[in-house]
Design a binder for this molecule. Structure first.
Ligand SMILES: [Zn+2]
Length: 57
């Protein structure tokens, strides 16, 4: 697997977080984000939500 860039600016430009995102949108965004970029990890809040929803990450 190729190493991910620390900040994948191109991905961020194409994948903006919606304004006032719902929790579903935030989760979907973060799940995609961790596949493409390492500029930040999952926040504890997101991890909690993923566990609640039994989503593997
Ligand atoms: Zn990023």
């Amino acid at each position: 697997m190729p190493e991910l860039p620390i900040l994948n600016a191109e991905w961020h430009l194409k994948n903006k977080m919606p304004k006032n995102p719902t929790m579903d949108q935030r989760i979907a965004w973060h799940l995609e984000h961790i596949k493409h970029c390492r500029c930040r990890g999952l926040s504890p809040k997101i991890i909690e939500e993923l566990k609640k929803r039994k989503i593997k990450f």
